[in-house]
Design a protein around this ligand. Structure first.
Ligand code: DQA
Length: 152
């Protein structure tokens, strides 16, 4: 099983960026944790970060045939990007949305996610742990689908 973890704009600044909101860990440290979590579960995890909307869209499309599922923190594009939503819907892979912060407890504009409705589910508010929770959920979904115990 191969999972792609995608991170959107400004997440390369983790560790420096508003640590009171997003925590003190760097993105690389968080991703090392997710890769290790996947390894313990027998799952290969690759990760990427990009600031450019079109590049993220292309990367989602290119995941087809290479990955079994995607975890994505779309950053601010969560709240604005119809293109990312269409890419997620179009690629026909299970996708889990993650946010470090609880987007429902912040500014009103963050409470709307254009992408969540085309994802399997959304995990937010648990900081870096959210990525591991998303990985567990995605693995469970993929294994259930494989054994015919859950919907695709
Ligand atoms: C975020 C929440 C978004 O609203 C924000 O634009 C981010 C990070 C989060 O992980 O909490 O860049 O996706």
């Amino acid at each position: 099983m191969r999972i792609l973890v995608m991170n959107g704009p400004n997440l390369q600044l983790l560790g420096v960026r508003e640590p009171g909101v997003y925590g003190a860990q760097t993105l690389a440290a968080i991703m090392d944790g997710v890769v290790a979590h996947g390894k313990a579960a027998g799952v290969a995890v690759e990760w990427a970060q990009g600031n450019i909307e079109g590049e993220l869209v292309s990367r989602i499309g290119a995941a087809l045939g290479k990955f079994d599922g995607i975890i994505i923190n779309p950053g601010a594009y969560t709240h604005t990007s119809v293109a990312l939503r269409d890419a997620i819907q179009g690629v026909a892979l299970p996708v889990v949305e993650v946010h470090l912060s609880n987007i429902h407890a912040r500014e009103n504009f963050r409470a709307t996610s254009l992408t969540a409705a085309v994802c399997v589910g959304q995990i937010c508010g648990f900081g870096a742990l959210g990525y591991n929770l998303a990985l567990d959920a995605l693995i469970a979904r993929l294994r259930a689908v494989k054994t015919g115990k859950d919907r695709a």
